[in-house]
Design a protein around this ligand. Structure first.
Ligand code: NAP
Length: 313
């Protein structure tokens, strides 16, 4: 079974792929362009793609040999799943493996944004710190505050639990379907949530429905001291509207792990002090990248052995 692995993976995962499959590895560690995606779909039995690979509708318009896209990652917004399925491919992903690490990054961003950690570190590194003072760099207190989670799935719930058990926060959430939760949290409509919380965490998938779910109108509903944290996908937020809101001080701050046109980050965003910017670190630990790779391998094995795929999308 010929498998194309589109990006460098951890040593453990690459070793297993080499041992068990006729695996080929792209030599440059950058997203696969559309023409490469078309070639790959015509050449390999399965592809192990990831974030940014151009598996949009046009990729599936030519000859297709592949039968499986075993995606590395839970988000599949770089794949036109409907077009893939119409062309006879199955698509799988790696849910669960990413949950805790991404929730940890959400809390990292929430705390950094609230407590002005990036701004303070920049000041110190510039040599501008003149010493402790009672009114220096006062940030927002986190313990006991209200958290709004948008998208109460795996990551949303992991964030909510951290916030509730670790920081005594009151959790409010907006989700598509009713949830049965084993910790206290109150459902609310999106607009009511935005207007009533101190921190908002976005944990929805990127879909046509969630594109620019947070734009100027939604940001205007947030309290002037409230912070927006995005660990979902960049295009869930209208980045231009966010820059305007942050520049005008209409919200307290933002913490971002994802961007609309990664890896391009607007200079206007970089110039702002009241935003914390991470380079899409959500799942970036060795253990988690191993676990994600092993889930993709499990899907490849199931496909090879003709048994049900563990993680179909
Ligand atoms: P999940 O378990 O499927 O949770 C997503 C939640 O969003 C679900 O509860 C879903 O509602 C809800 N939702 C979907 N569309 C919605 C809408 N229009 N309005 C309100 N809620 C909506 O997925 P997950 O594992 O938590 O991952 C969520 C996303 O995080 C991924 O798709 C990925 O893009 C992103 N992610 C980012 C990183 C990173 O490195 N920063 C890492 C991992 C994942 P239902 O329960 O009704 O389906």
């Amino acid at each position: 079974m010929r498998v194309l692995v589109t990006r460098a993976l951890t040593r453990r995962v690459e070793t297993i792929l080499r041992e068990e499959f006729d695996a080929e590895f792209r030599t440059h560690d950058a997203p696969m362009a559309l023409s490469e995606a078309q070639d790959a779909l015509a050449t390999y039995d399965a592809i192990l793609p990831t974030l940014g690979d151009a598996l949009r509708a046009e990729a599936f318009s030519g000859p297709i040999r592949a039968k499986l896209l075993a995606n590395f990652g839970v988000g599949v917004n770089h794949i036109d799943v409907a077009a893939a399925k119409a062309a006879g491919l199955a698509v799988t992903n790696t849910p669960g493996a990413v949950t805790d690490a991404t929730a940890d990054i959400a809390m990292t961003l929430l705390l950094m944004s609230a407590r002005r950690a990036s701004e303070g570190e920049r000041m110190l590194r510039r040599g501008d710190w003149t010493g402790w003072a009672p009114t220096q760099m006062l940030g927002a207190h986190v313990t006991g505050k209200r958290l709004g989670v948008i998208g109460m799935g795996r990551i949303g719930q992991a964030v909510a639990k951290r916030a509730h058990y670790g920081f005594g926060m009151q959790v409010i959430y907006a989700s598509r379907s009713p949830k049965t939760l084993d910790f206290p949290a109150r459902p609310a409509a999106l607009r009511d949530l935005l207007a009533s919380v101190d921190f908002v965490v976005l944990a929805v998938p990127a879909t046509p429905e969630t594109r620019h779910m947070i734009g100027a109108a939604e940001l205007a509903l947030m309290a002037p001291h409230a912070h927006l944290i995005n660990v979902a996908r960049g295009d869930v937020v209208d980045e231009a509207a966010l820059i305007e809101a942050l520049t005008a001080g209409r919200i307290g701050g933002a913490g971002l792990d994802v961007y609309e046109r990664e890896p391009s980050v607007p200079p206007a965003l970089i110039a702002l002090e009241n935003v914390t910017l991470l380079p899409h670190l959500g799942t970036a630990t060795e253990e988690v990248r191993d676990a994600m790779g092993m889930m993709a391998v499990a899907n490849l094995r199931a496909f090879r052995d003709g048994i049900p795929l563990p993680n179909p999308v």
